[in-house]
Design a protein around this ligand. Structure first.
Ligand code: GLC
Length: 804
């Protein structure tokens, strides 16, 4: 039905009864009397794809979102039919297709539980204006169902009751509930009866999602063109739903260099060179760790991409080298708009090669951005992407820039309604020629993809690093991202928290916000609180528009500088922990940040929680989001948790008050966790790691932890040169046993572990390493034990039981 949409100009059309059915290996085709064809592909036991055509012919099957590495194959496929249904069954899903009207219902194959059923199901309107169809889908919302995901929407975690639009938009100073903003990720997770599933609507036209907003028991999605083409993925665990979604749309093609997980400093803009040096030198003087410094648009000559303003930066190669010698990697911005200037080589070349986007009737797509009037490369043309990738040779290979920041790639156009290209602009779309209506949402993604290929080529043998503002589903394969032009307000601190969690839920974990806010200026308290949140975001960068004053860690007085330093130092200590979480994300698709519902979907308390989240697997964090706070109330999930600051133990499953003066924030560690820590470094690689510190948090019972390490850059890890440590911990009244299983060929630089035993319920009497008793006088100080990194079993035996 989908009422109160502008689309409802003429009546809906529906499939009629199914008159034929055919099967082709893993794909089934159902044809209705009125010529609708439903194609169901069994992608995996837990993933089905549904595609409809109203003309009996499908479009060329092409998607920018789906990775060529997506897994295919299933264990079981049974197809049966009765009077009413066709029934398609795998080991995970039962799918029934109604013979009367093509409506679909999906069940858990293990217990026959109803997971997701069509309300009206597929229906459509013919589009008089553009041709083709406005394609629509409506599904029943089950009792108590909640909804999550959908990319960067700046709203509370649970989407129930809201309606959204997916149309990538430049959104300077957006606010809570602004929609749409920079990203289009048409993927959501539904949860009811402790079972989670996902729906990915792979349609790049302007699309809409309604989660029980129009009618309280119906969830629907529709798009202004293209096909009804969606994937259903079943969990029932939410983490598996997200992992399945990233199996389809991809995971980062490689790990980031470890330095990219350090702290980054940015401003619009640091120039000239002396200013850049003043900033980087101050970091080192004040001993605030930092790995990356950014050059915003003013480094260029008249905002022409791939040029340098030689007055401000007379010798970029020398400067970049000097910065690197001081531990700073230089990251430069590159926008899509190419200045119309016949003396500018990039412009000339693209013009000669016919690489710029054109309007429907032939003229170039002309639009104003920072450089003035520009033309825009058609990144949906593979030749253009290759050319664009080649442009990075000088910047990366010769000058030594280590990362590229793609901005304004929605694409943003100034001073025009809609802030982007008009609909009629033509795109190659990898040979599937189309208008901007179809290409808009993937334009920025394809720019970031081309940039990524350039960096990959010219950074080799090091790993590429790219950041993008605009994104469609699948962009996580190529790049990191940030949440765009936010504002220095307390509300935006909360929004940043929600957006980072939501992006992780939406398969895109390498995300962060402009710490402190881009527009306007934070006071010291807000900046400190934002840094506290930011150190837990996979991408951790301060950025500001610079219009309202300075936003470096030292800009707010010594007290704030000390707090900021303290938290950035925690980030650097936790780098091996974060890197391990990143590795799990890149290999298995496990989100780096987990909203509480993602962490424990069985606990209904988590379904509407927003502020608390799990960082990696074992750390619970909750930012302070109000001024003058001395602490806050928060929900601690089930289980026992150690307070990060004083190691006191609390029982979860409750809301609790947690003290947190400005120099603190609520952080807890799950009992049984083994948390690896590096020494504080001013930048990654400053020190050789001489010893790996492990904080071991005692638990009665078992817990598993992992530590992943490698050369921190380069591709050798793909050939097995990594070090993975799997730890099994078992705590009893009078003993603690830790087993280590190692894999991978990488030899870490350290020889020993410094193990800090926290929360032991006994005094240590004896320690055995691989069944050999060790001399405690030399290896134990208090509860800190130093032993060889090679151990396979550490057995700590207690003197007497102390009641806790
Ligand atoms: C856009 C970006 C911002 C950048 C500015 C100038 O507003 O979102 O991060 O600093 O352009 O390049």
């Amino acid at each position: 039905m989908i009422l109160n949409t502008e689309l409802e100009l003429k009546g809906n059309l529906f499939p009629t009864k199914i008159i034929s059915y055919k099967k082709d290996v893993d794909t089934l085709y159902f044809t209705s009397e009125n010529g609708v064809v439903l194609q169901i592909t069994v992608q995996r036991d837990s993933i089905f794809r549904f595609r409809f055509t109203t003309t009996s012919i499908f479009e060329n099957d092409f998607s920018y979102a789906i990775t060529k590495y997506a897994s295919r194959g299933f264990n079981q496929l049974d197809i049966t039919e009765n009077e009413k249904y066709y029934c398609i069954q795998t080991s995970k899903i039962i799918c029934k297709v109604s013979k009367l009207d093509m409506r679909i219902s999906l069940f858990d194959a293990v217990d026959n539980y109803l997971i997701c059923e069509d309300e009206l199901g597929f229906h459509w309107e013919e589009s008089h204006e553009n041709g083709g169809d406005i394609v629509k889908m409506s599904k029943m919302s089950q009792i108590g169902e909640s909804y999550y995901g959908l990319g960067d929407k700046p709203v509370q975690n649970n989407l129930k009751g809201k309606r959204f639009e997916n149309w990538v938009t430049d959104s300077y100073a957006y606010g809570r509930d602004t929609d749409p903003i920079y990203k289009a990720i048409p993927f959501y997770v539904g949860l009811h009866d402790k079972k989670a599933y996902g729906i990915f609507f792979d349609n790049t036209f302007r699309s809409f999602f309604d989660f029980c907003h129009e009618r309280r028991n119906v969830t629907s999605f529709w798009a202004q063109g293209g096909e009804m083409n969606y994937y259903f993925m079943y969990g029932p665990n939410m983490v598996d739903v997200v992992a399945n979604y990233t199996d389809l749309t991809g995971r980062p093609h490689q790990l980031p260099p470890l330095w990219a997980l350090g702290y980054h400093q940015c401003k619009w803009s640091y120039y000239p060179e002396s200013k850049v040096k003043e900033i980087t030198n101050t970091f080192r003087e004040l001993k605030i760790p930092c790995d990356a410094i950014y050059l915003d648009i003013d480094y260029m000559e008249g905002f022409r991409c791939f040029t340098w303003n030689k007055k401000y930066f007379p010798d970029p190669k020398r400067m970049v080298k000097e910065l690197l010698d001081n531990g700073f990697k230089t990251i430069a911005i590159i926008d899509p708009g190419i200045k119309i200037d016949k003396d500018y080589s990039v412009f000339k070349e693209a013009l000669d090669k016919d690489y710029f986007c054109k309007r429907a009737d032939g003229p170039y797509m002309k639009g104003k951005v920072w450089p003035g009037e520009c033309y825009f490369p058609d990144f949906t043309n593979p030749k253009v992407r290759e050319w664009w990738a080649g442009l990075f040779k000088e910047l990366i290979e010769d000058i030594g820039v280590k990362g590229v920041w793609n901005d304004m790639n929605e694409p943003a156009v100034m001073d025009v309604p809609g802030k982007t290209f008009p609909d009629d602009v033509r795109h190659d779309y990898d040979g599937n020629h189309c208008s901007h209506r179809k290409a808009h949402n993937i334009y920025g993604m394809q720019m970031a993809r081309a940039t990524y290929h350039g960096l990959k080529k010219f950074s080799y043998p090091k790993r590429p690093f790219v950041i993008t503002r605009a994104a469609y589903a699948g962009t996580q394969r190529y790049t990191s991202t940030w949440t765009g032009d936010n504002v220095a307000t307390w509300e935006h601190l909360s929004i940043a928290n929600a957006q980072a969690q939501r992006m992780c839920m939406s398969g895109f974990s390498f995300v962060g916000s402009d710490i402190g806010g881009f527009a306007e200026q934070p006071n010291g308290e807000l900046y400190a609180r934002w840094i506290q949140l930011g150190i837990f975001h996979p991408f951790c960068r301060t950025h500001s528009s610079g219009d309202h004053g300075d936003q470096e860690p030292w800009a707010f007085g010594d007290n704030i500088t000390d707090i900021v330093r303290k938290f950035i130092e925690i980030r650097y200590q936790l780098l091996p922990y974060l890197y391990t979480a990143f590795w799990r994300y890149a290999t298995e698709g496990i989100p780096i940040l987990k909203s509480l519902v993602l962490y424990d979907q069985a606990d209904a308390h988590t379904h509407y929680r927003n502020d608390e989240f799990i960082f990696g697997e074992k750390i619970l964090a909750c930012p302070i989001t109000e001024p003058n706070a001395k602490g806050r109330r928060m929900y601690v999930p089930e289980g026992n948790w150690y307070n990060f600051w004083d190691n006191s133990l609390i029982k979860g499953g409750n809301e609790v008050w947690v003290d947190a003066d400005l120099d603190s924030m609520p952080i807890f560690v799950k009992e049984g966790a083994i948390i690896p820590k590096y020494p504080i470094q001013q930048y990654v690689g400053e020190k050789q790691i001489g010893e790996l510190h492990l904080d071991v948090f005692f638990k009665f019972g078992q817990e598993k932890s992992q530590v992943y390490e490698d050369a921190e850059d380069g591709f050798d890890y793909k050939k097995g040169r990594f070090s993975l440590r799997n730890f099994n911990l078992l705590g009893k009244e009078d003993s603690l046993t830790i087993q280590q299983f190692r894999s991978g060929k990488f030899i870490t630089s350290y020889e020993t572990f410094e193990i800090n035993l926290i929360g032991l319920p006994f005094e240590i009497r004896k320690v055995e390493v691989d069944n050999v008793k060790i001399d405690l006088s030399s290896s134990l100080k208090g509860n800190v034990l130093v032993i060889s990194k090679e151990f396979t079993e550490l057995h700590i035996i207690g003197k007497k039981t102390i009641l806790i």
